[in-house]
Design a protein around this ligand. Sequence first.
Ligand code: FES
Length: 244
Amino acid sequence: MKLELHIWRQAGPEERGNFEKHQVNDLDPHMSVPEMLDHLNTRIIKSGGEPVAFESDCREGICGQCGFVINGDIHSPTPGTTTCQTHLRSFKDGDKLYLEPFRAKAFPIKKDLVIDRSAFDRIIESGGYIGVNTGQASEANSTLIDHHLAEKAFDAAACIGCGACVATCKNASASLFTAAKISHLSMLPQGKPEAEQRVKKMVAQMDAEGFGSCSFTGACEVICPQDISIQNIVDMNRRWRKAL
Ligand code: FES
């Protein structure tokens, strides 16, 4: 399989970037996009060049590290799919692919396709945890949790923190990420004692990081590879107003 790759190359955060063209003619349609870049990098390294910097860890859609933009699509042309789970068979032989990093002020580009998502880490550090002493693990059935609520909390906890919601939002808002992290803790009994402080601190940190405001277009929900619901943003806003 042949692809004409146009890859964003940028030596560092302050450097100017540009698309670099690579014609690759010996690709297997069953390769994933990171495997294609591994293949290309082997060729670049053999010829003495600088390999393309990109991130990946799990390569199975759970760590959230791999995301970048392919032909204008956040992560992938296939809905609900991370970059690492996108295979070359999703494209046509001879296609041109333009690969570029997620673009948002709060996600500065570190190098090539690698962005700095540490703003998300600082939002979590500000309140995305349970700090109360819950004692020893109690007997499993002593705290009964409504099944529907447990499912909702689990759905919110499925957020992989990839940043696709920010990258697709016209305001570069991190509301879906922040709301998901608030929801999955605050719905459950162990997370309730700190729920008010959590929402105040995490929303304040989200604003301090320079993310934009949510204008509820719903683009984040559509692009999210984990199908996180924007109902979490509604819940976050309600919790935040009550906590003030
Ligand atoms: S590498 Fe982990 S989600 Fe893609």
